[in-house]
Design a protein around this ligand. Structure first.
Ligand SMILES: NC(=O)c1ccc[n+]([C@@H]2O[C@H](COP(=O)([O-])OP(=O)(O)OC[C@H]3O[C@@H](n4cnc5c(N)ncnc54)[C@H](OP(=O)(O)O)[C@@H]3O)[C@@H](O)[C@H]2O)c1
Length: 242
């Protein structure tokens, strides 16, 4: 995407990033902060979130917040608490990046482990539903807010629960954006990052040379565009590497 974000694109914006401790989420959080946002770093591994926090503060960006949460075990009450905390602390939520994901196993459906199926669906599909539902009232009262789902076109053999959860997110995005569409208070879109060098990608494609994959930094213009006020689209899937 040919987009050059102004340095202050996200000044005074509050943006929540799930899976902010590693991979694309880590770089997205740092990039949003570098463009002025106060970022809420949500993830399950506290030391990784603390490292991202330190990097953001050292870069001179607005101080982020850390919100440890394991999406696999989080309950509706946990999401309600999160929404209340965001409302009390900031009174607004301009951006929500659904980024965290669990790969599960590369297994035929016939043999797919049932417990693993539930875990993948919990992290990749149920958590975005519960989180979205909890923070929607806050986002609806925040002018020009944006929800971004991270999708991945993997509707082929052996992608199992991961591929199906990612396809379901596309429908989720379209349904939600349609429901918002009467006066587009909240923009709802999806981003497909394409192949990017991260722990998830290297695990999914162990035979591929990581040096041949794009770095997360190289796709951040798309993330900035979709989180910022220059985008007026809703209900669309954006391919970050097209
Ligand atoms: N990389 C690619 O080529 C590619 C391509 C298409 C789509 N995507 C999508 O892009 C997004 C980011 O992927 P990535 O490649 O950056 O993956 P990654 O490097 O594995 O990072 C995923 C992040 O999600 C977090 N996470 C996983 N399970 C969690 C849980 N139960 N609770 C809270 N956080 C959890 C991880 O936390 P820990 O650090 O604690 O493990 C990690 O910070 C995903 O939605 C993925 O499907 C990636």
């Amino acid at each position: 995407m040919q987009y050059q974000a102004p340095a202050d694109l996200l000044k005074d914006k509050i943006i929540l990033v799930t899976g902010a401790g590693d991979g694309i989420g880590k770089v997205a959080a740092k990039t949003f902060a570098a463009h002025g946002a106060t970022v809420v770093l949500l993830g399950r591994t506290i030391h990784k979130l603390e490292d991202v926090y330190d990097e953001i503060v050292q870069a001179g960006s607005p101080e982020p917040a850390i919100y440890p949460l394991n999406l696999e075990g989080a309950t509706p009450k946990d999401y309600e608490d999160l929404a209340n905390t965001l409302d009390e602390q900031f009174g607004a939520l301009h951006g929500l990046l659904h980024n965290a994901a669990f790969l599960g196993a590369s297994t035929p459906i016939r043999q797919y482990d049932i417990d693993l199926w539930y875990k993948v669906m919990q992290v990749n599909l149920n958590a975005p539903f519960l989180l979205t539902q909890a923070v929607l009232p806050l986002m609806e009262k925040t002018p020009d807010s944006s929800i971004l789902f991270t999708v991945d076109d993997k509707s082929s053999a052996y992608w199992g629960a991961y591929g199906i959860s990612k396809d379901a997110l596309v429908s989720f995005m379209k349904i939600l954006s349609d429901e918002m569409n009467s006066d587009i208070v909240v923009k709802v879109n999806a981003i497909d990052p394409g192949p990017v060098r991260t722990p998830l990608r290297i695990k999914a494609f162990p035979g591929t040379n990581p040096n041949e994959m794009a770095q997360p930094d190289s796709i951040m213009n798309s993330y900035l565009y979709l989180m910022g006020t220059d985008n007026y689209d809703t209900g669309k899937i954006f391919k970050a590497q097209d």
